[in-house]
Every structure is written in C-alpha cells, then in structure tokens.
Design a protein around this ligand. Structure first.
Ligand code: 5GP
Length: 197
C-alpha cells in the first residue's frame, strides 16, 4: 500500500511521517531523489537521496523516474526501482509528494497498487509562522514563493481521498493512523471478495 501525503512545504509532513514510522513498524518511507541541498539535520538516504542537477537530468534521460517535478527551482523525483522494491515488500509506504507528482502517480499506479492520498491543509498565516520558525533562514521572497504555492496546491485538493486540517500534530497523526488501519481492512475485504469471485 502506498500512502501519499501532500500539502505545502512547511506543513510538517516530514515530522508526521517520522512519527507514523515510530508508532507502527509496518510503515516505512521511500526517499525521493532531489537536486536541492540538504537542510541541517538531513542525511543522505533518509529524507532524500541528494544528487546534482546534472546527475538528476541523466536519470531523467535514462527513464529512472516514475514521475519528477521541478519545484522551487529544484528537481524531485520518485525512483521506479526503489518504489517497486518497497511495494513488493508488502509494507505500508508513506511518501511525501507535491500535487503534480501525486496526479502523475495516481494515473500511473491506480490499477496496480493500493493507493491512499491525503492532503494536509494549513491556514496561510499559520504556514507563514511555521516557515519563519523552521530555522531555514528563508528570505521574504522565498517565504512569498511558498505562500503563493499554497493556492496552487489547494486548487488540486479534489485529487485526494482525504483532507485533514493540520492544526494539531497529535490529532493529525491519530487521524492518519486510523485512515491507514481502515484502508488496510478495506483492502483485505476487497482482496477476499475478488478471490471468492
Ligand atoms: P522539501 O524541499 O520541502 O523537502 O520538498 C518540497 C516539495 O517537494 C514538497 O512539497 C514535497 O512533497 C515534494 N516532493 C518530495 N519528493 C518528491 C517526489 O519524489 N516527487 C515530487 N513530484 N515531489 C516531491
């Protein structure tokens, strides 16, 4: 099962993903490739595989990505090989992808993999506060760029199975855990009825 988490940068997706993995050992992450520089505390192969723009473009040419996107002037992409290996392991993959990537993955995988898509919604003023407090020293222009992106991301909300108002960390984590449990149950029931037919 692949659980896609979207929502603007600064919505706390990475912290939520980490907490989900801590609470349930069946949940794993799937680091994307990116050409952006690591932030403080990020490690190669944990949040992302960090490569250069040139290396990324070579991988695009070699058709190594299910999907990729240029986002805030950096590339981000989902490796076909890493994704296929992890799906085959039977674990619950939680992946953080922006809306364009989600749209592409839904088209590519909806008939092959159990997909659950979740959008985390944050108010604009709350997002501004989080971006300032996150300690990345973003300039006012960079903050404006991310705030501007919020309207675009929200315009795609109808793609998603679930929308969560992400204003309380513990509540958001609990809601996602419940969604995952229920979706697992539905998947088992559907597989059962398919096998009986
Ligand atoms: P950040 O730089 O804050 O880690 O991520 C920026 C955006 O890139 C986030 O919205 C994140 O969801 C998105 N992103 C991360 N990995 C991928 C990916 O593999 N494909 C796409 N399309 N977007 C990604």
């Amino acid at each position: 099962m692949l659980v896609i988490l979207s929502g603007v940068s600064g919505a706390g997706k990475d912290t939520i993903k980490k907490e989900l993995m801590k609470r349930d050992s069946r949940i794993i992450s799937l680091p994307s490739y990116t050409s952006r520089k690591p932030r403080e505390g990020e490690e190669e192969g944990v949040q992302y595989h960090f490569i250069t723009k040139e290396e990324f473009e070579k991988k695009i040419k070699d058709n190594e990505f299910y999907e990729y996107d240029l986002h805030h002037e950096n590339y981000y992409g989902t490796s076909r090989k890493l994704m296929n290996d992890k799906i085959a392991s039977g674990k619950i993959i939680v992946k953080d992808i922006e809306v364009n990537g989600t749209e592409n993955l839904i088209k590519l995988l909806k008939n092959e993999t159990k997909l659950v898509t979740i959008f985390l919604k944050v108010e604009k003023e709350e997002l501004r506060k989080r971006l300032i407090e996150r300690g990345d020293n973003l300039s006012e222009d960079e903050i404006q760029l991310r705030l501007g992106r919020l309207d675009y991301e929200e315009s795609k909300i109808s793609l998603y199975d679930y929308v969560i108002k992400n204003d309380e960390f513990e509540k958001t984590v609990q809601i996602i855990m419940t969604i995952i449990e229920n979706e697992r149950r539905i998947e088992k029931l559907q597989n059962g009825s398919r096998n009986n037919n």
